[in-house]
Design a protein around this ligand. Structure first.
Ligand code: NAD
Length: 358
């Protein structure tokens, strides 16, 4: 059956890098029999310029109809002074909320060819392959009550609420166990159960879900230790599952172990594995329009889409092998360039991946 993919280039380099990912999708359609229909829509600052909203109704309708979404990035200097309600980032947050994309998957993979790009010693990170599964629509970022109030003595007090229901913990834990089953069969659940009752419940529910996945090795770690272990010995982890806020922080830390922000894809999934796929980086307004941005994170996001939403693991592997092959050929965009390699632009890198796929 033909699947619908909504293409959302967004702002800044989003336009340039998504064009290269579309070349990859075109190649899969023409040469490898992938049956998909592509539609394109506006989101973020460009959507605001067009209609006054960073998430127009027409985009939201197409997003709901699509089987998967591919997003470039949103944001830029031009829109920084806008009211917060219509800033480009609201378009992205709106899509996550409206589509109930509760599971954020952030792989941190270090390509051996780029081992020097990490700030950590090559022996600590070479071969690194971690998947962080972050709960994305609950926890302290959404909990009520929240706000800033004035106490009787006139002093102000800020407060937020960390809250998770059993069903929310259960569904994110299931995602983590399922993914671990396709990898090295190990899940480390990260919490702060020694201090926070809410994450004591988190641990209890993850253990319960683990009972149905005896083939997966389950461990637990306090978040402070997890942060330390990520920079001390990151290769000990396979899949990490954690709350919204802990995942926000740990996934950025893990991404930076690889040293190359232009290489890392991500996915946000709903309960039926419909997903929004995007590079982890932003719209890079400092280099937008110059044709120098690295398109590989976006191309690898297509691979994730094939694996997690479209059930096309073999095609996903083909893309990943092609990316490995262009790196082996010594092709580098400026963000990952090093002495002795061949520097290429955005389009040249995209073309090289397509050639390697064929
Ligand atoms: P950024 O990720 O856009 O850029 C950080 C640095 O990395 C910049 O020097 C940039 O040139 C470089 N970089 C990023 N992606 C690259 C690529 N593919 N190739 C080569 N170099 C790359 O982060 P920022 O500068 O903090 O934010 C810029 C804008 O992006 C802001 O408006 C921010 O809100 C937005 N943003 C959007 C998303 C998203 O859409 N998911 C995520 C983060 C930031």
């Amino acid at each position: 059956m033909t699947k619908k993919i909504l293409i959302l280039p967004g702002d800044g380099i989003g336009q340039e890098i998504v064009a290269e990912a579309v070349k990859v999708l075109d190649c899969l359609q023409k040469d490898f029999g992938l049956k998909v229909e592509l539609e394109e829509a506006l989101v973020g600052g460009t959507a605001y310029d067009d209609s006054g909203s960073p998430l127009p109704e027409s985009t939201l309708t197409l997003a709901k109809e699509a089987d998967s979404l591919l997003l470039g990035a949103v944001g830029g200097y031009k829109w920084e002074s806008l009211d917060i309600a219509v800033r480009p980032e609201k378009g992205l947050l709106g899509l996550r909320a409206e589509l109930e994309l509760f599971a954020n998957l952030r792989p941190a993979i270090l390509y051996p060819q780029l081992a020097d790009a990490s700030t950590l010693k090559p022996e600590v990170v070479s071969g690194l392959d971690i998947m962080i599964v972050r709960e994305l629509t609950g926890g302290i970022y959404f909990g009520q009550p929240r706000g800033v109030r004035t106490l009787d003595n006139g002093e102000k007090e800020g407060y937020n609420t960390l809250v998770y229901r059993e069903s929310e913990i259960e569904r994110i834990a299931k995602v983590a166990f399922d993914i671990a089953g396709k990898r090295d069969s190990r899940v480390c659940s990260v919490d702060k159960a020694n201090v926070l009752e809410c994450t004591e419940l988190w641990r209890e529910v993850v253990n319960r879900v683990g009972e149905d996945h005896k083939e997966i090795e389950l461990s637990h770690m306090y978040v402070d230790n997890a942060a330390m272990q990520l920079v001390r010995a990151p290769k000990q982890f396979d899949v990490m599952v954690t709350t919204n806020m802990f995942g926000d922080i740990l996934s950025d830390c893990a991404a930076m172990l690889t040293g190359s922000i232009g290489m890392l894809p991500s996915a946000s999934l709903d309960i039926n594995s419909k997903g929004m796929y995007e590079p982890i980086h932003g719209s890079a307004p400092d280099i937008a329009g110059q044709g120098v941005a690295n398109p590989l994170a976006t191309i690898l996001s297509v691979a994730m889409m094939l694996r997690y939403s479209l059930d096309e693991a073999a095609l996903a592997e083909r893309i990943e092998q092609a990316v490995n092959s262009v790196l082996d050929q010594g092709l580098r965009t400026q963000d990952i360039f090093s002495e002795g390699m061949k520097q290429v632009g955005t389009a040249e890198m995209g073309d090289a991946v397509v050639a390697a796929m064929r």
